[in-house]
Design a binder for this molecule. Structure first.
Ligand code: GLP
Length: 242
């Protein structure tokens, strides 16, 4: 794992956006794996700036998102579908047919998961952006998810539901399930960039980098990835031993 220490989320977003920019410039037809949550917002802000000011061209880029709540309507402002359009897709020239977000409205979730996994097999992800949950989850792979898992339905843990409660007006609106790329799906990405910022990520970051490799901390699987960069701010890096 390559660790890049920065001061705060703003700087982390710029670093990550620069890595993504380089990837897109090198290969305009690259496949991007994208993430939601509050952490990557600054990354998307900088990618939009690069697009507007430096002509960063997304016209041949394909994207796959990590996860989506289930069930949820696309137009629900809490859906990851909505988030991605507002925070990134509406401001760049990616083609709608090149955007892949797992369908949170489907009836047959197993089929959606299998189709999504197959699409990724056919379009291998060149670079995957990740955040991390305070309990060490990546995408929606909660603690105890087998490392071999592909795209699947998950029941969210109390800890993740509480962490995400800040985005919802009423607690009962928070979906209890999600559809997510599995850990095996994520590990197939050729390059991974994980951003962790803020005090509440310090424990998870310490375990991910210096703890045992165990499904108790899903992010610890990244210790086995051959090209994984962790961008961490001062607060999230607090418990890392030098
Ligand atoms: C959700 C998402 C994850 C994200 C995590 C942390 O659970 N499924 O992909 O990493 O939230 O979110 P935040 O960046 O808001 O702390």
């Amino acid at each position: 794992m390559k660790i890049i220490k920065v001061q705060n989320n703003e700087e982390a977003g710029l670093k990550a956006a620069e890595i993504f920019k380089k990837e897109i410039k090198n290969n305009p037809k690259c496949v991007l794996g994208l993430a939601t949550g509050s952490t990557p917002k600054t990354t998307y802000k900088h990618l939009i700036k690069f697009h507007k000011h430096n002509d960063l061209d997304f016209s041949d880029v394909k994207t796959f998102n990590l996860d989506e709540y289930y069930p949820i309507k696309k137009e629900n402002i809490q859906s990851y579908h909505y988030f991605m359009h507002i925070k990134l897709f509406d401001h760049i020239n990616v083609k709608p047919e090149n955007v892949n977000i797992i369908d949170g409205e489907c009836d047959d979730y197993q089929k959606s998961c299998d189709d999504f996994e197959k699409m990724i097999e056919e379009n291998p992800i060149d670079i995957q952006l990740l955040g991390i949950g305070s309990n060490g989850h990546i995408a929606f792979n909660e603690p105890n998810t087998p490392f071999t898992q592909k795209t699947h339905l998950v029941q969210l843990t109390e800890s993740t539901i509480n962490d995400n409660a800040r985005f919802f007006d009423h607690h009962e609106e928070i979906p209890l399930h999600a559809l997510t790329m599995g850990l095996a799906t994520i590990m197939k990405a050729k390059k991974i960039v994980l951003i962790a910022t803020g005090k509440n990520k310090a424990n998870a970051v310490k375990h991910m980098i210096q703890g045992d490799k165990t499904p108790l901390c899903p992010a610890s699987i990244l210790q086995d990835h051959s090209d994984c960069t962790i961008i961490v701010d001062e607060e999230a890096a607090e418990l890392i031993e030098e």
